[in-house]
Design a protein around this ligand. Structure first.
Ligand code: C5P
Length: 306
């Protein structure tokens, strides 16, 4: 028996840091936006890797952790525990298209897809709300990977409100060499804040972005894109500045580091503009790879269960 689920990567149209919390996380106010780069997760009863082993194919698989260190394996254990099962006797296979450790929530997508796929495989009556609760215990971005679309996130990013948007947005995604660790980028932000190089944002300043999303005009949306983690990512990886400058020079409406980076994303005016920007950016040789992605994309969804 096998179930297959796909889940999207994301960009943060706005990521504002409100401050460090006593638990070590940061309170944020963000607007998540799911895009059409998706990972596929296949779960099979028994199978060659039975017992929480994860095998992967695709994008940079050598840096994807295997076994229990993979968030998909932790998702399987968490759901099994809620379902009263001792040991999840499954093989989890992941086919990755979302860049790894790149600021696009690829691991969160894999966890969300694993939850949805296993609920179907095991025939569980777990509700969507219960699944969202398990998702939040696995990581701050996992609930959004379940939901998809465009949504405002508060708390550490796990409290979600869907956002109405009339826009279909065309993105050019510039993949970078290497990885950035999310905790290290947040820690870099803390240091920049201590030294007065950045200041915490205030909540509820995303009104103009939300209005632009309702209108659906990419030019207006481009003016309101913001990522408070960008200076922190640039402090750890100064070469990303050259990638951002190149994308803007080549005609992107806006460019920014995606989440904690090091992926850079550029908003284009239209599908045609995105395709030619992607080609030119690839030709400029500033990125490891270039992808075209469209948002908003749906959240984790089952594509096969038999
Ligand atoms: O929730 P998740 O496991 O994805 O977070 C990874 C790390 O990123 C956390 O351990 C924390 O260091 C940092 N983080 C944060 N504030 C958030 C989300 C993540 O400081 N809102």
């Amino acid at each position: 028996m096998t179930s297959i689920c796909v889940a999207p990567g994301k960009v943060n149209l706005s990521l504002r840091i409100l401050g460090l919390r006593p638990d070590g996380y940061h309170d944020i106010s963000t607007v998540f936006h799911a895009v059409s780069l998706t990972d596929e997760v296949r779960v099979t009863r028994g199978g060659p890797g039975a017992g929480r082993v994860v095998t992967t194919m695709g994008e940079r698989v050598e840096s994807v952790p295997s076994g229990d260190a993979n968030i998909a394996a932790r998702a399987a254990l968490a759901l099994a525990r809620v379902a009263g099962m001792d040991d999840p006797d499954v093989t989890i296979d992941i086919i990755k298209a979302i860049p790894v450790a790149a600021g696009m929530a690829g691991g969160s997508a894999d966890a969300a897809a694993t939850l949805v796929a296993l609920r179907a495989l095991w025939g569980l009556a777990t509700t969507d709300d219960e699944l969202t609760g398990i998702a939040a215990s696995l990581g701050s971005d996992v609930p959004f990977s379940l939901l998809g679309g465009t949504a405002k996130g508060t708390g550490r990013g796990e409290i979600l409100t869907p956002v109405l948007t009339a826009a279909t947005l065309h993105w050019v995604v510039a993949l970078s060499e290497g990885e950035l660790s999310t905790p290290e980028v947040y820690a870099a932000w803390d240091r920049l804040a201590e030294s007065g190089h950045v200041v915490a944002s205030s909540a509820d300043v995303d009104g103009p972005l939300l209005a632009a999303l309702r209108h659906g005009d990419p030019r207006e949306i481009a003016r309101h894109l913001v990522n408070d983690l960008e200076p922190a990512a640039l402090s750890l990886r100064p070469s990303l500045r050259g990638v951002l400058d190149m994308g803007l020079e080549l005609g992107a409406l806006a460019g920014m580091v995606s989440g904690s980076g090091p992926t850079c994303v550029f908003l284009a005016e239209s599908r045609d503009a995105a395709i030619s920007l992607a080609a030119e950016l690839a030709g400029a040789g500033v990125a490891r790879g270039v992808r075209h992605a469209v948002g908003p994309a749906p959240g984790a969804r089952l594509v096969l269960s038999r």
